[in-house]
Design a protein around this ligand. Structure first.
Ligand SMILES: C[S@@+](CC[C@H](N)C(=O)[O-])C[C@H]1O[C@@H](n2cnc3c(N)ncnc32)[C@H](O)[C@@H]1O
Length: 252
């Protein structure tokens, strides 16, 4: 299965992107949601890096994720902070709630984990169905260049003096027709120079053109679309931009 985020991947995520680690995105989402009246949904909530600070801001945020291990980490962090968010194990492709949301937020480029165009379109439709009239979808995407240049490599994180985790990315294929990039992620846990465990995950992402994504949002019943660069509310994307943010309102 692709994009699994298993035991070691979740551990690495927690070390690399702990709760509150911001790339400017947490402040951006908090600012966009400040006047939000009603519940907010964060699909692909992960370890709660974004959800937990938003809860601390007094917002009502629910989350779901496909990975049990990620949800366990999110739950543990929440308890530690004295918070008890509603979390569930669901997938982009099939999630369902009886309630409707004032906003749906998808930070960290997680929408790109949906690699099939038709599936992505169906997910946008599902997002729309789960929004209140006038509700907003806010998400961010990596620019194409960041995904196309996939050179792989190895990174490591110390757990203690003699214990560490490594992540080796081995690029497999870049598919320019389907706008997807595929690689193997090999996670390893080492203690005193010995391998304790290893996990291999196939990891795939899709890149989107800015105009392409805007058109798809319009086609799926969104309007009042704003596009931001690098989490700056007054900055439009240029060829040198980093993350590209979209905010769109549900049209009736
Ligand atoms: C990059 S992390 C983002 C975590 C968090 N939103 C953040 O901003 O730090 C991506 C998350 O997407 C989840 N995920 C991957 N495929 C998914 C799917 N099909 N449905 C729901 N969640 C998925 C992974 O388990 C992982 O927790």
């Amino acid at each position: 299965m692709e994009n699994r985020y298993g035991t070691l991947a979740s551990w690495v995520y927690d070390l690399d992107k702990p709760i509150g680690r911001s790339f400017g995105d947490i402040e951006f989402y908090a600012q966009r949601l400040r006047d939000c009246r009603g519940p907010i949904l964060e699909p692909a909530v992960g370890n709660g890096r974004v959800l937990l600070p938003l809860l601390q801001e007094g917002l009502e945020v629910l989350g779901f994720d496909a990975s049990e291990e990620m949800l366990e980490r999110c739950d543990a962090h929440a308890r530690h902070l004295g918070l008890s968010p509603s979390l569930s194990r669901q997938r982009f492709e099939s999630f369902a709630y009886e309630q409707r949301f004032a906003a749906i937020v998808v930070p960290a480029g997680s929408f790109q984990l949906i690699t099939d165009f038709a599936q992505a379109r169906a997910v946008l439709r599902r997002f729309r169905e789960h929004l209140l009239a006038d509700g907003r979808l806010i998400l961010d995407l990596d620019p194409c260049g960041a995904l196309i240049r996939n050179e792989g490599g190895i990174r490591s994180w110390m757990v203690s003096d003699d214990e560490w985790l490594t992540l080796t990315e081995q690029p497999l294929e870049t598919d320019f027709v389907n706008q997807t990039r595929h690689s193997y992620l090999r996670y390893e846990h080492w203690r005193q120079g010995r391998l304790v465990s290893a996990e291999l995950e196939r990891f795939s992402l899709r890149w989107w053109g800015v105009a392409e994504f805007e058109l798809l949002l319009r086609q799926e019943g969104f309007g009042d679309i704003r596009v931001f660069a690098d989490y700056q509310p007054d900055q439009a994307p240029t060829k040198d931009s980093g993350m590209i943010g979209f905010e769109a309102r549900r049209f009736a």
